[in-house]
Design a protein around this ligand. Structure first.
Ligand SMILES: [Zn+2]
Length: 538
């Protein structure tokens, strides 16, 4: 057997791909239907499950699957082991990962999130014969049901009479219903990957079972490396405790504190707004109309995000939506305060003005305590009331100020965050649709869709000189899409959705990566770069 995988779209470890097995093409994530398909005959399952590796590595190496094409992740252990083993396999290679006899409609979104490409209906069949009626978010003993909450062909055909069936007929009917539910879950997951929405969905779905919640928490303790994008088109919707440990969020906090170099010694802490970017919200606009923030730095606090004004156009600050209730839990206050303290320490601030109230004020109190600073609280009642504004103005008058251009600092911080290099030029345009120009040429612009910088050829040349986010391609004229087959070498720091620069002996240009740099080098097929602009080398 020969199997090859061609990536179409990544969403973290999950991927939408086309897999060719013995000349026949399938779309992954996929479910092998053991009631129908034959192709697993050609997969070498080995004699021992992957779980044996931790118990007896010597025997495992003799008995394991020797399959050339698939990683086979058989699992029969605790939630922690399932996660560790699947991730160990997933991060070891880009080959398709098949998890035999593990998937149910309930856990399929999570398994795919962990990088499983192929699942099967072995459990749905077994459970069917045991009289279990499976649904996307629950399971019932069929005999306890008064009606059937499903309209698959089996349920439509039998209706509630399904439970009156007997023996083989009943088992098979339930197996077919369970399979139909699984199949619709797999289709849903594929659609979620296309929309980059899998994590939002998984966080909601793992709540249906403590085991699944535990698995997601264990997964978040792993470093998933460059598969996790830094920029996304989709909204981040932090609604659960697990949202706080999202890899994207962890990356943002680490990186933003690392690259933060504020121009002023004074920090003003402001509350977030539902509208993004914050600066265009009603509250921030009214505040800025009455008070000048010239010469001081602003930090905006929310739950769970804390961001300098300089990064408010960056993902995920630009692209998140939280339930606003005004109530802060104790853990939430501590979580946000720690991140705010990290910025205050990194920024070496001397004066901290907190124009916040309620839960936000608790966050600032705790943050300055951690940072060993003191804050002036200027909010008496409403943040827009005359007395609050007067106090804020007085505090600002008494604080050190520095001359700088906020829009330029936005470009500088975003460039450091995204490429690790400084950028210079003259900002122009209407906020937030800004661009940066230098010597009459466009250098960069804010890409509001992804919350990142889009760059032009002058800056592409700089990145090529500094060997950052580069991709060496074979000698052809790049048009539209560059496939992995055309990539010779690439920067291993590249993540999916990153802005990259590609070159060969004749052309260079700018594009958006569809996969990580490591993946581009290792795989032979699939969508590697979406070309945005290019130029012939003189
Ligand atoms: Zn059904």
């Amino acid at each position: 057997m020969k199997a090859e995988i061609a990536l179409e779209k990544r969403d973290g470890l999950a991927r939408l791909a086309e897999i060719e097995i013995d000349g026949k093409s399938y779309r992954t994530p996929m479910m092998i239907d053991f009631l129908r398909d034959k192709f697993p005959n050609s997969i070498d399952f080995g004699y021992a499950p992957y779980a044996l590796k931790n118990i007896d590595e010597l025997r495992y190496n003799i008995l394991k699957s020797k399959d050339e094409n698939f990683l086979i992740g058989t699992v029969c252990c605790t939630p922690r082991d399932v996660v560790n083993q699947l991730l160990e396999l997933r991060l070891s290679s880009f080959k398709p990962l098949y998890a035999p006899a593990l998937a149910t409609p309930l856990n399929t979104p999570l398994l795919v999130y962990l990088g499983v490409d192929v699942v099967d209906n072995i459990l749905p069949i077994i459970r069917g014969y045991q009289g279990i009626y499976m649904l996307p978010d629950s399971e019932f003993n069929i005999d306890t049901l008064k009606e059937l909450p499903c309209s698959c062909s089996v349920c439509s055909e039998y209706g509630i009479k399904l439970k009156k069936l007997e023996g083989e007929e009943k088992g098979l009917a339930l197996a077919r219903h369970n399979t139909a539910v699984m199949e619709s879950q797999v289709r849903l997951v594929r659609e979620l990957i296309r929309h980059e929405e899998l994590r939002n969905y998984v966080e909601a779905r793992v709540k249906t079972k403590p085991d699944l919640t535990a698995m997601l928490r264990f997964a978040d303790k792993h470093d998933l490396g460059t598969a996790i994008p830094r920029f996304r088109r989709s909204m981040m919707k932090p609604t659960t405790q697990e949202s706080f440990s999202r890899p994207e969020l962890t990356y943002f906090f680490k990186k933003s504190a690392e690259i933060y170099r504020p121009k002023s010694r004074t920090a003003v802490i402001l509350p977030c707004s539902a509208k993004k970017p914050y600066m265009l919200s009603r509250t921030h606009r009214m505040l800025r109309r009455r008070v000048s923030f010239k010469g001081v730095c602003e930090i905006i606090a929310s739950s769970p995000l804390v961001s300098p004004r300089e990064l408010e156009l960056c993902y995920p600050v630009m692209n998140y939506d939280v339930p606003v209730t005004g109530q802060w839990g104790k853990e939430e206050v501590e979580y946000v305060a720690e991140r705010l303290a990290a910025l205050l320490i990194k920024g070496e601030f001397e004066a901290v003005i907190a124009h916040v109230k309620g839960g936000y004020a608790k966050v600032v109190e705790r943050a300055v305590e951690i940072a060993g600073l003191e804050a002036v609280f200027t909010c008496e009642d409403d943040i827009l009331s005359s007395s609050s504004i007067e106090r804020l103005k007085r505090a600002l008058d008494d604080s050190p100020k520095e001359g700088f251009d906020l829009y330029l600092e936005i470009f500088v911080h975003m460039s450091r965050y995204q490429f690790g290099v400084d950028i210079n030029g003259r900002p122009r345009g209407r906020y937030p649709n800004l661009e940066l120009c230098s010597e009459g040429e466009r250098v960069a612009r804010i890409d509001m869709r992804y919350g990142m910088l889009d760059i032009y050829l002058p800056f592409a040349r700089k990145l090529l000189e500094e060997r950052r986010y580069w991709i060496e391609i074979a000698d052809f004229e790049p048009k539209g899409t560059i496939f992995a087959a055309g990539v010779i070498d690439a920067d291993e720091n590249i993540r999916p959705n990153d802005v990259v620069v590609f070159y060969n002996s004749e052309f260079y240009g700018v594009g958006i990566a569809g996969m990580s740099g490591k993946e581009m080098i290792e795989v032979k097929k699939g969508f590697a770069v979406d070309v945005r602009r290019k130029e012939r080398i003189d």
